[in-house]
Design a protein around this ligand. Structure first.
Ligand code: C5P
Length: 305
């Protein structure tokens, strides 16, 4: 048992992709009903929180990211996460927070949501608040549709507006992905808005039973089942992504699709070696080409000092 309070806590949190993203017509609250299969993949942000009487938020980014694209004021989801947790426990919002960012910004990989989830976990430890899982997931859902999944990680079925998550099979079967980022992000509300224009009579999304049943099967079984209802609106808004998807096919990927609301594109590969080959074939396409495996764990403590 630890007897002294921590001076700092670092939480690592993964990016998400959607193996399936089914979208319905907007609800009265403006959000779209989703049926989605999430997978957490090994591109991570680290959030370090250190003891302080005041609040500060700073950012370090991978060279392929634009730091100017991340707001550091009260609109950052990290500040909102800290505020909700502090309110729950009757505390002031107090910590020095550093985000080390590798997850593409506004990339369709839920990077901002990931940072919010990491902040909840890190501040809970730093403040020794012992928040229940139930409260953590409730606050996460309040923060954003993808935040509960960032806490959970692995493979999950997402319903509601994406915030209702349930772990599904295949957690121990490694998949390999090539990820092609675009430096200029896409606005999630703009992509959903364009979905509404292109699909004025969207039907309620149906459950991806087949994909969920095959998640632990050999990789070829899922290659033909990857699907994203936001892909057409994202391609319409960013036509050059069609070239990225075509280049992935030429490079030998088993399947490729836009991740969430884009513009990141992800390509399914059969092994780590195959992913390296596909990545080499995509050299010079898009902005940066990464390889990542999934599923991986959700937000978890990696340093406690
Ligand atoms: O929930 P989150 O804050 O991530 O959503 C950002 C925006 O994306 C929402 O304001 C909404 O425009 C859109 N969205 C949606 N339907 C969802 C999730 C997000 O329309 N299920």
């Amino acid at each position: 048992m630890r007897t002294t309070s921590p001076g700092s806590v670092t939480v690592r949190v993964p990016a998400k992709i959607n193996l399936h993203l089914g979208v319905g017509a907007p609800r009265p609250d403006g959000f779209h009903p989703l049926l989605t299969v999430y997978q957490a993949i090994g591109i991570y942000d680290d959030v370090t929180v250190s003891a302080s009487d005041d609040w500060s938020l700073t950012l370090e980014t991978a060279p392929y990211l634009d730091p100017a694209a991340v707001p550091l004021g009260e609109e950052n989801l990290v500040f909102r996460a800290a505020t909700l947790l502090a309110e729950l426990h009757g505390l002031p919002v107090h910590a020095d927070v550093v985000i080390r960012k590798d997850i593409p910004v506004a990339g369709g990989m839920a990077g901002g949501s990931a940072d919010a989830a990491a902040t909840l976990v890190a501040l809970d430890r730093l403040w020794e608040a012992e928040t229940s899982d139930e409260d953590l997931f409730r606050l996460a859902a309040e923060l954003g549709s993808d935040v509960p999944f960032a806490l959970m990680g692995g493979n999950a079925l997402g319903t509601g507006r994406g915030e209702v998550v349930e772990s599904v099979r295949g957690g121990d079967v490694a998949r390999w992905w090539v990820v092609v980022t675009a430096r200029e992000g896409l606005s999630t509300p703009a992509v959903y808005g364009h979905f509404d224009e292109l699909t004025p009579d969207a039907a309620a999304p149906s459950p991806p039973h087949r994909l969920v049943a095959l998640l632990a099967d050999p990789v070829e079984a899922i290659a033909g089942l990857l699907h994203n209802d936001l892909q057409e609106p994202a391609l319409d808004l960013r036509p050059e992504l069609r070239d990225v998807l075509a280049a992935g096919k030429r490079a030998g990927a088993l399947a490729g699709l836009v991740s969430g609301s884009g513009p990141t594109c992800v390509f399914l590969c059969s092994s780590a070696d195959h992913a390296r080959e596909v990545a080499a074939g995509l050299d010079g396409v898009g902005d940066v080409v990464l390889t990542a495996n999934g599923p991986v764990a959700g937000a978890h403590v990696v340093e406690y000092a």
